[in-house]
Design a protein around this ligand. Structure first.
Ligand code: ADP
Length: 504
């Protein structure tokens, strides 16, 4: 019998399936990634083929093992992290999906959510699930499938169908239908799960006409879900967690006050609030955080719709850049943004403004504005938006924020990280490895199986790559923030004028 040497992390994302084998130091030893098809049947609709999700995820796992000649008995456990909210429904007997997966981005059920508001259920949803009713979450997607796929409702009522987010779909397939289960973090994004009582909520199930027989069992994130025989030997499946919660865990954000900020295409800020589910007065979501001791922890979550996407826009649409990393040098080539502010409200503004009709706005241009000033204003906008979320979180939670841990593609930009530290007056810690999403799932699985002893041992693996300390005066910080608020006001008044125009 060989000694176990690795944890196999499956990172099933929106555009690609990845697999990473981590060693005991939390170092990636083998990484394989494969993109899969995005299906857009109509404007605003987004689907994935569940068989494609499964096949690419299995494919990359096999390849990651082959690459370093890892045998099943060397793998202590599998941990799964996944795109959240995406909804799959399949036949319990055949394992065949009844239709494509409806992806979190899909807006097809927006009307259903408007109806829910008219029916007066918004407060119930907020109170029970911690979420602000939206078509992003799984509830209305699952109801849509039952209502629109021929025969689906009858089959569901006869107990023939199963529902799951992507974690549950993978677990079902890995165990060849023996296990139908999800974890608390994924369940907390369905808009059907009571995050306080930790059970599916009957009132919401009734409202969406969802038979309980389709639902997976809900288990802690770090838990023995079952075992798979798919890799030439039995391997325990010992963790599942939604991607953002997994990243918070991968950053060792175990304790109240720990925050991580992800700078990817969009931006995500998660604050661990410990055993207390904090309700937001600023449009943040209350959600379940991943934990390793079976005790439920909560988080406040805020998202920025357009973060790194604004840099892509500079590169691809404005043709002002050759590459995203080039922004760092250009930003540093000027003293400041020359009084220019750019609010990238391309898709409206999220928390704390929630103005869906706001649009991208540039203010403060003069004859002296250069390309570098403009680019710097766009990069700075990523930090301003994150600061808005941080300050909302501070007000909601009353927690004093410790250091801010960062990850995601744009966190590689040292200028941006320094500007964030200055603006938020917070110490920023960028880990050496920014593979935090997969690492979180690996830690959760390794802790469930004794591969790692405890949180302290895991914490030893977290190595800081670089620290950014705040270095500007309070007066300067306030001046910058005032300018940003005024710029946001311009984007919001544009939306108001638009509405007046529309009603005229
Ligand atoms: P996702 O996982 O959301 O697809 P990533 O975490 O891979 O995204 O980050 C990619 C984003 O980061 C892109 O939008 C890109 O424009 C941006 N980005 C990458 N490197 C840099 C950089 N050095 N400076 C600024 N933005 C960057």
């Amino acid at each position: 019998m060989k000694e176990t040497r690795y944890i196999l992390a499956m990172d099933q994302g929106t555009t690609s399936s990845r697999c990473i084998l981590f060693d005991r130091q939390g170092t990636p030893r083998s990484v394989v990634q494969r993109e899969f098809a995005q299906i857009y049947p109509q404007p605003g609709w987004v689907e994935h083929d569940p068989m494609d999700i499964w096949a690419t995820q299995m494919g990359v796992a096999m390849e990651a093992m082959q690459k370093i000649d890892a045998q099943a008995e060397e793998i202590a456990a599998i941990g799964i992290t996944n795109q959240r909210e995406t909804t799959v429904v399949w036949d319990a007997a055949t394992g065949k999906p009844v239709c494509n997966a409806i992806v979190w981005q899909c807006r097809r059920t927006a009307d259903r959510i408007d109806q829910l508001r008219r029916d007066g259920l918004e407060e119930t949803v907020r109170q029970k699930t911690g979420l602000i009713p939206d078509a992003y979450f799984s509830a209305s997607k699952l109801a849509w499938i039952l209502d629109n796929v021929p025969g689906a409702r009858d089959r569901a009522e006869r107990g023939e169908l199963r529902f799951g987010t992507v974690d549950a779909w993978l677990i079902w397939n890995l165990t060849e239908g023996r296990v139908h289960a999800t974890d608390y973090t994924n369940a907390s994004r369905t808009m059907l799960f009571d995050i306080h009582k930790l059970c599916w909520d009957q009132e919401l199930l009734d409202y969406f006409r969802i038979p309980a027989s389709v639902l997976p069992q809900v288990l802690p994130s770090s838990h023995l879900f079952g075992a798979t025989e798919k890799f030439g030997g039995s391997i325990p499946i010992a963790a599942a967690a939604g991607d953002q919660q997994s990243a918070l865990f991968g950053q060792c954000g175990f304790y109240p006050g720990d925050v991580k900020s992800t700078y990817g295409t969009g931006g995500f800020l998660l604050l661990n609030t410990g055993g207390e589910a904090v309700r937001s007065d600023h449009g943040l979501l209350t959600t379940i955080a991943a934990s390793a001791d079976g005790q439920v922890r909560y988080a406040l979550e805020g998202s920025v719709f357009i973060a790194g996407a604004a840099i892509q826009w500079l590169r691809d649409e404005m043709k002002l850049l050759e590459s995203a990393p080039q922004t760092e040098e250009l930003c540093a080539s000027v003293e400041d943004a020359g009084g220019v502010y750019m609010v990238p409200a391309f898709a409206g503004l999220g928390a704390p403004y929630w103005e869906q009709y706001a649009r991208g706005t540039v203010v403060g241009l003069t004859r002296g504005t250069t390309r570098a000033h403009f680019i710097r204003a766009v990069v700075e906008a990523l930090a301003y938006q994150t600061q808005d979320l941080l300050s909302a979180m501070k007000e909601d939670s009353g927690l004093s924020l410790g250091a801010l841990k960062v990850d995601g593609g744009a966190s590689a930009n040292g200028f941006l990280m320094q500007f964030q530290a200055d603006l938020s007056n917070v110490r920023i810690e960028r880990p050496r490895s920014v593979e935090t999403t997969a690492l979180g799932a690996a830690y959760l699985a390794g802790l469930a199986t004794g591969f790692w002893r405890d949180l302290a041992e895991v914490q030893e693996n977290w190595t800081c790559g670089q620290v950014f300390q705040p270095a500007i005066s309070e007066e300067r910080r306030q001046k910058l923030l005032r300018g940003w608020k005024r710029a946001v006001q311009c984007a919001v008044s544009w939306a108001n004028l638009d509405r007046e125009d529309g009603s005229a």
